[in-house]
Design a binder for this molecule. Structure first.
Ligand code: SF4
Ligand code: SF4
Length: 421
């Protein structure tokens, strides 16, 4: 199977050999994990076997396999065509050096890592895709799509960076263009019935993720931030119907735990909201450091967190035209740092801090991520204005700064404990 995908099998095995140790240390050693995590643990273990096989079967049956990199990509349309949408990750240090061979070094690790996955031929999902959907959310990504297009056909959606009527019209026309492309490449006509199914499926997954996030408002939180992060990362890969079913069943368990007062961390543990850049699989460093220092992460204002499920697509569209408009309108409800001005994001962070009863916020940006690093100042000021402690951290995927991060996190948690006492 690997050779058929053009993989570099030796490098792939070297990449995978480091994962079980990291996975065991970050996830399996946690006390009081919910039983329902077994499904997600297995999904991760079998991501490079069972899930790849499933996707290859879909491909053999003529269904398109499409890679995406952003929560603005209209995956409803891929699902409507009976295709598979995979959110390709770039969260590993292993592939950063390969990415640096064709990109500048002063680029965020997410981009370097994702390009490295393609160049090294070690990601079976990347190898399986028929085409990619990129977007112009930041300069790094925008120029990267031109390079990736040399390896895999890469469609680029122009995302406007304001939310005025004219911007909505541009984005809607981009969504229409993608619909035409998906039709052309899949040979499937996307009628209203098919698109309605795609919207329903994507919405159901968002609703399940939102339900998971609601359970975390309890004290004690019924699930750790690490486990919640892993679930959200896996949402980009799994079969949407099965994922939604399994997540709802985990949420049933979590709601019982909340009713009984059972937690993944002791009651009264410092509650942290993480805000900032998305954390692609397998980037778990920040969550691991924060939670092994005794705190619990109660939400992520990131695209591997609340931005993933923000803004359900309205399901009342009866015609293809109305449905495409509804899909396009979602972009006004997701507050990525690429927008200007972006005051809605400040409102969102403050709301989440309040709703989750966070004792403090860790604002995290990946090195060289200009949009999120620059917006950090405004988010920090808004939080300070409400008397909410903030710690700003910047890092990459390497383990080199773990000691330094740990010291800063511990000092932050001590300060919070002092304020609570
Ligand atoms: S942070 Fe912005 S660019 Fe990145 S996935 Fe989220 S919405 Fe897309
Ligand atoms: S928005 Fe930031 S983290 Fe995302 S791709 Fe661009 S530079 Fe990297």
């Amino acid at each position: 199977m690997w050779r058929g995908l053009g993989m570099d099998v030796e490098k792939h095995d070297a990449f995978l050999s480091a994962l079980p140790g990291a996975f065991g240390e970050v996830f399996l050693q946690q006390p009081n994990r919910p039983a329902g995590m077994a499904y997600f643990d297995n999904l991760l273990r079998e991501a490079h076997s069972r899930r790849v096989k499933e996707i290859l079967e879909e491909k053999k049956a003529g269904h398109p396999v499409v890679g995406t990199f952003c929560v603005y990509a209209p995956e409803e349309l891929v699902l409507a065509a009976g295709g598979v949408s995979v959110g390709l990750c770039g969260g590993a240090q292993f592939t950063v050096p390969a990415g640096e061979q064709v990109l500048t070094r002063n680029l965020c690790p997410l981009i370097k890592s994702l390009v490295g996955f393609k160049l090294e031929r070690i990601c079976p999902f990347f190898q399986a895709v028929d085409f990619l959907i990129g977007e112009t959310t930041c300069d790094g990504k925008k120029k990267t799509w031109e390079i990736l297009n040399e390896y895999v056909p890469t469609l680029v959606m122009e995302l406007p960076q304001r939310k005025e009527a004219v911007d909505g019209a541009l984005w809607e026309s981009e969504v229409r263009r993608i619909k035409d492309e998906v039709e052309r490449r899949s040979g499937v006509t996307l009628d209203a019935e098919r698109i309605a199914r795609g919207i329903k499926s994507a919405n159901a997954r968002r609703a399940a993720l939102e339900r998971l996030y609601h359970t975390r408002r309890a004290d004690p939180a019924p699930i750790s931030g690490r486990d919640a992060l892993l679930i959200t990362q896996l949402a980009f890969f799994d079969d949407p119907e099965r994922f939604t079913r399994e997540l709802n069943s985990l949420c049933d368990e979590l709601e019982v735990r909340v009713a009984k007062g059972e937690g993944a961390a002791p009651q009264g543990a410092p509650r942290i909201l993480v805000s900032g850049t998305p954390m692609a699989l397998p980037f778990w460093k920040l969550h691991h450091l924060v939670e092994t220092a005794g705190a619990v992460i109660v939400a992520e204002e990131t695209c591997t967190g609340t931005r993933y499920f923000a803004g359900m697509v309205a399901e009342d569209g009866r015609t293809v035209d109305e449905q495409l408009r509804n899909i396009a309108q979602r972009f006004t409800k997701v507050n990525c740092a690429c927008f200007t001005p972006n005051s809605e994001r400040l409102t969102d962070v403050l709301r989440l801090a309040r709703e989750t009863k966070a004792d403090g916020v860790i604002y995290f940006s990946l090195q060289f991520c200009q949009p999120f690093a620059l917006e950090g100042r405004r988010v920090e000021k808004a939080l300070q204005g409400e008397g909410i402690p903030v710690l700003r951290l910047e890092s990459d995927y390497s383990a080199e700064d773990s000691g330094q991060l740990k010291t800063r996190i511990e000092a932050f948690l001590e300060m919070i404990a002092g304020q609570k006492a």
